[in-house]
Design a protein around this ligand. Structure first.
Ligand code: ATP
Length: 477
C-alpha cells in the first residue's frame, strides 16, 4: 500500500511541477499516452543525451543514426512482427476487460507467499514457452484468478493480438498502402546496416545506436509512463562475428549494468532476469530490472539476436547483406547483440529513485519537504540564481552570473518570494545548487551556495560557481 501511494505521489508531483501531463488532458486524457512538460522534457533529454554520449562518444566503434518511423511494410513481414508480434490475451466476459495473460498471472503471483508466487511464475513461463494457450487458461482457472473489475473468473479463451498500429500512406486507402508505426527502432538499424558499414568503413565488431519513438497497441496500459502506447526507445545493435555472440552478450550485460549504476542508483535496486521464453529472434536474452514502487520490472533488455534479422532482410529484399571479414577472409552475415532500453521507463526509474518526502521537523516546529535527488548531470535545471532582494545592485550581479553560466548549462533566475520558498521550489524540481546573492556579495565577491541534498549552505567565491556546477556534471563511468 505504501508503494502504491509512492507511485500516486510521484504521478501527482510530476503533474504539479511540470514534468509529465496526461495527453490531451483538457479532453480527459488519452489512455497510456503522456506529454512531457518543461522539466520532464529537460530530464528526458538529459537521459537521452547521456545514453547517446556513452554509446557513440565513449565507444569508438559505435555510431549513431536517426531512421524514419515509417518503413516499407515488408520490413515488418521480414522481421516477424506481422506474424509474431502478439501477446496472449484473455478477456473477462463480465467486465469486458482484456488482460495480457502474463500480467494477469504476475499480478496474482505478487499477492501470494513468495514460494507459491515463484512456483506460479515458473509454471506460467513454461506454458508461455510452449505457447500452450489452453494450459494458460487452465492455470488461470485452477489458480482462481479473478478480474479486478468484475470480481469474477468468467474468462474467454486465451488469444493472440498484434500490437502494431497501422495507418495508410497515400490517398487510395487500399490495403497495399497500409504502413505500420514502428514497434521498435531496431529495424531502422538493420536495414541501414550496410549503408553505415560501407560509408563509415566500419570493421566488425561495431555498433549502431539510435533513439526514437516506437508505438505499441498495449492492451493493458497502466503504471503511468512504465507502459505507454507511444514511447521512446534507445537501442544499440552490436554486429559481431558468428560464434562470438556469447562473449559479447556477457560483455554488454556487464557494460549496461555499469551504466545503470553510474546513475547513482545502488546495486541492490537492480537485478538481472534471464528469459525462459526467448523471443522469436533470440538465442539468449535477459532484462535489467529495477525495483519500481510497484516491484522489480524491466527497464532494459539485452538480446542476442543471432543473424535472424539480417538473414530475413537479405532473403526478403533480395539484396546481399553480408560483410567481408578481411581478418579471416570470409563473407558472412554478422550476428547481433542488442541493448534496448526504454527512455520513458528510465525517466520513471530516475524519478522513483530521486523522489523523497523528508520530515524536517524540530522540537520548535513541524516541517517537511519534497525533493527530487536527481544526479546533477540529469537534473532539468543545474543552478538556480537567486538575488536576496530586487534592488541594491544584487540583480545585476545575479544577471551577470546567469549570462556566464547559461552558455554551459541550464540555469533558472528568480527574484520573487522568500529565499526559503524559492529553495523549496527548486528542491521539488531537483535543482542541485541554489546560489544566493546578498549584500556581502557586493563587498567581498562571495555568494552562498545551498546544496539540495544536504541543505548545507556555504560561502564560495562568485567566480568558482560555474566550475563547481561543471564538476558536478562530470561523467563517472
Ligand atoms: P514488456 O515485457 O514490459 O512489454 P518488452 O520485453 O516487450 O517489454 P522490448 O521489446 O524488449 O520490451 O523493448 C525494449 C525496451 O523498451 C523495454 O525494456 C522497455 O524499457 C521499453 N518498452 C517496451 N514497451 C514499452 C511500453 N509500452 N512503454 C514504455 N516502454 C516500453
Amino acid at each position: 500500500m505504501a508503494n502504491e501511494n509512492t507511485l500516486q505521489n510521484i504521478i501527482s508531483h510530476c503533474k504539479e511541477y511540470g514534468f509529465i501531463f496526461p495527453s490531451s488532458e483538457i479532453y480527459d486524457g488519452l489512455s497510456a499516452v503522456y506529454d512531457y512538460g518543461q522539466y520532464g522534457a529537460e530530464l528526458k533529454k538529459n537521459i537521452r543525451d547521456y545514453w547517446w554520449k556513452c554509446m557513440t562518444q565513449l565507444n569508438e566503434n559505435i555510431v549513431g543514426i536517426d531512421a524514419a518511423i515509417f518503413m516499407d511494410p515488408k520490413v515488418w513481414k521480414a522481421s516477424g512482427h506481422i506474424d509474431n508480434f502478439n501477446d496472449p490475451m484473455i478477456d473477462n466476459r463480465d467486465s469486458q476487460k482484456r488482460y495480457r495473460v502474463d500480467h494477469l498471472i504476475e499480478a496474482h503471483a505478487a499477492t501470494l507467499p513468495n514460494k507459491d508466487g515463484e512456483a506460479l511464475i515458473t509454471k506460467m513461463e513454461a506454458l508461455l514457452a510452449t505457447e500452450d494457450y489452453a494450459g494458460l487458461k487452465r492455470l488461470i482457472e485452477y489458480t482462481n484468478i479473478k478480474c479486478a473489475v468484475s470480481g469474477t473468473a468468467n474468462w474467454t479463451d486465451v488469444r493472440q493480438f498484434n500490437l502494431m498500429f497501422s495507418t495508410d500512406m497515400g490517398s487510395t486507402g487500399d490495403d497495399a498502402d497500409k504502413i505500420y508505426l514502428r514497434p521498435e527502432t531496431a529495424q531502422g538499424i538493420f536495414v541501414n546496416f550496410l549503408n553505415v558499414q560501407k560509408t563509415g568503413r566500419m570493421k566488425i565488431p561495431f555498433g549502431i545506436a539510435q533513439t526514437g519513438k516506437a508505438f505499441r497497441n498495449e492492451i493493458v496500459a497502466r503504471q503511468f509512463i512504465f507502459r505507454m502506447r507511444e514511447f521512446e526507445q534507445m537501442e544499440m545493435q552490436f554486429f559481431v562475428r558468428p560464434g562470438t555472440q556469447k562473449e559479447w552478450y556477457e560483455k554488454w550485460k556487464e557494460t549496461r549494468m555499469q551504466w545503470h549504476l553510474s546513475l547513482g542508483i545502488p546495486p541492490e535496486r537492480y537485478r538481472f532476469h534471464d528469459h525462459a521464453k526467448l523471443a522469436h529472434y533470440a538465442d539468449a536474452a535477459c532484462d535489467i530490472e529495477y525495483d519500481f514502487p510497484f516491484g522489480y520490472k524491466e527497464v532494459e533488455g539485452i538480446h542476442s539476436r543471432t543473424d535472424f534479422d539480417l538473414k530475413n532482410h537479405q532473403q526478403s529484399s533480395g539484396k546481399k547483406l553480408t560483410y567481408f571479414d578481411t581478418e579471416i577472409n570470409q563473407h558472412y552475415l554478422p550476428y547481433v547483440v542488442e541493448t534496448s532500453i526504454g527512455l520513458d521507463r528510465t525517466v520513471l526509474m530516475v524519478l522513483s529513485e530521486a523522489y523523497k518526502e523528508e520530515d524536517l521537523s524540530t522540537a520548535e516546529k513541524q516541517d517537511s519537504r519534497t525533493v527530487l535527488k536527481i544526479p546533477a548531470l540529469l537534473a532539468p535545471i543545474k543552478l538556480a540564481i537567486l538575488p536576496l532582494i530586487k534592488k541594491d545592485g544584487l540583480p545585476e550581479i545575479a544577471r551577470k552570473l546567469m549570462d556566464e553560466c547559461k552558455l554551459h548549462f541550464k540555469c533558472f533566475y528568480e527574484e520573487k518570494d522568500t529565499i526559503g520558498k524559492r529553495y523549496r521550489r527548486q528542491d521539488a524540481i531537483g535543482t542541485p545548487f541554489c546560489i544566493t546573492i546578498d549584500h556581502q556579495s557586493k563587498e567581498d565577491g562571495t555568494v552562498t551556495v545551498r546544496h539540495r541534498d544536504s541543505m548545507q549552505q556555504e560561502r564560495i567565491p562568485l567566480e568558482s560557481v560555474k566550475q563547481m556546477v561543471l564538476d558536478s556534471m562530470a561523467i563517472k563511468l
